[in-house]
Design a protein around this ligand. Structure first.
Ligand code: AKG
Length: 249
């Protein structure tokens, strides 16, 4: 019997708190490759208008005051990020949290440039996704050292236990907002470059604007179980967009 990737304490804390800070995962040479590929994809996207600025719901523009840049489905553009979906080190952890049948919901690259990086307001992912069952797990990976000031993930422990109402943001129609968060409960998950953390799809989370001189490059993989339904109520099919990443036989 192989040793599980997480201890029972880590698994219990994920189920209790709705998140788990795992720490460093990528080796220096992997980090170097992924950084170069990430930068190349964002450079290409800036030329083609093929990334979204969540801070104003427009394609990325060099003159935007704040930029929270998103590339959806890096795995459809770049083989190095597609390979990460199948990384056994990560899937072994996800298996401990979600079970042995793991399918991709989607992935995304989330880039906060230095000085002008925009916030992602407090939300539960499933406020956007409306998936059922609401048991999806995300792996959030950073390619740079992250601290509170340059956009580390902040979470409200235990908030995954019930869905909350989201309103459309006044600031940008790309993001939702929630009122009445008890910010005294917030915990920041600071990580070294190449580090990962996991969160449940109902965990309230937020990332701050990046006004520091250091960029913050992140990549998130969102995992679901087969049979999960999306906002139209139909189960998502296994295909190139939603590959089966691991299946118990
Ligand atoms: O990377 C960020 O700033 C926000 C990420 C996020 O909201 C998520 O991965 O669900």
């Amino acid at each position: 019997m192989p040793t599980p990737a997480l201890t029972q304490d880590q698994i219990d804390s994920f189920h209790r708190d709705g998140y788990l800070s795992y720490g460093a995962l990528l080796k220096p040479e992997e980090l170097e490759t992924l950084r170069a590929e990430y930068d190349a994809e964002f450079r290409k996207a800036a030329e083609t208008g093929d990334s979204r600025n969540l801070a104003d719901n427009k394609p990325d523009r060099a003159d935007a005051k704040t930029r929270m840049l998103q590339i959806m489905q890096m795995c459809e553009r770049n083989i190095h990020f597609r390979k990460l979906l199948y990384d056994t080190r990560i899937l072994d952890i996800v298996q401990c949290l979600l079970g042995p049948n793991i399918m991709l919901f989607h992935d995304q690259a989330l880039f906060k440039p230095a000085h002008t990086g925009g916030a992602v307001f407090w939300h539960q992912d499933n406020g956007y996704w409306k998936c059922a069952p609401a048991n999806l797990v995300s792996c959030w990976m950073t390619l740079d050292d992250v601290v509170l000031e340059n956009g580390a993930m902040q979470v409200i422990p235990g908030s995954h236990l019930k869905p909350v109402h989201h309103a459309t943001s006044q600031a940008t129609d790309a993001l939702l907002e929630i009122n009445g968060i008890d910010l005294a409960q917030a915990k920041a998950v600071e990580l070294p470059a190449g580090g990962i953390m996991f969160h449940h799809c109902q965990t309230l989370h937020y990332t701050a604007p990046n006004t520091t001189p250091r960029q913050r490059r992140a990549f998130a993989i969102h995992y679901m179980t087969p049979g999960t339904t999306g906002r139209n109520g139909e189960a998502m099919k296994v295909d190139f967009k939603h590959p089966m990443l691991r299946a118990c036989v």
